[in-house]
Write a protein that binds this ligand. Structure first.
Ligand SMILES: [Fe+2]
Ligand SMILES: [Fe+2]
Length: 173
């Protein structure tokens, strides 16, 4: 019951974002292993939401910033020469795309811009930014190791009609 309540709360945090075409476009790109960028961002968003809720931090901003943190909208595996510095440049690209489509708070912007810290040297300004940065790394490891299959989040997401309207991923897990 507590879990269901918190999941509904999570959905309400990101509802206006997840239903937009630009966010759904992330499902057309592979992030890690067999996971699409949208699945990765949902994973990071939900983990960040849970951690921030547990710690009494701004879980609303963490969920939203987490969902948009990789809104760079290209396949970074495509071998294009512009991708050489993807690790350093994509937070800025994601922030530019996110601010073009949504009104974001300073905290949400900081979360997106600094999520690759410490790779991008500037320190995050908010504790929520550190949480999302940490959640991103945890989710990345789980995805690369294939442990994502064992995590219930994707299945739960797909159970909800709003989320299952998202186009099918390029590859299925
Ligand atoms: Fe990223
Ligand atoms: Fe990420």
């Amino acid at each position: 019951m507590v879990f269901a309540k918190s999941f509904v709360q999570f959905q309400s945090c990101i509802k206006d974002l997840i239903e937009t075409p630009v966010v759904r476009t992330m499902n057309n790109f592979t992030q890690h292993s067999l996971v699409t960028t949208l699945e990765h961002c949902l994973f990071v968003s939900y983990v960040s939401f849970l951690i921030c809720k547990f710690l009494g931090l701004n879980y609303y901003a963490a969920a939203r910033g987490g969902l948009l943190h990789d809104l760079f909208l290209y396949d970074w595996h495509d071998g294009h020469r512009d991708r050489r510095f993807h690790g350093f440049t994509h937070p800025k690209t994601a922030l530019m795309n996110a601010t073009m489509h949504f009104n974001l708070s300073h905290m949400e912007q900081d979360i997106i811009k600094k999520h690759m810290w410490p790779l991008t040297l500037v320190f995050p300004r908010y504790r929520e930014s550190y949480v999302v940065s940490l959640a991103d790394k945890i989710c990345c490891v789980l995805e690369v190791l294939g442990l994502y299959r064992l995590v219930w989040i994707r299945r739960i997401m797909l159970l909800h009609s709003k989320f299952s309207e998202v186009p099918a991923p390029l590859k299925s897990v």
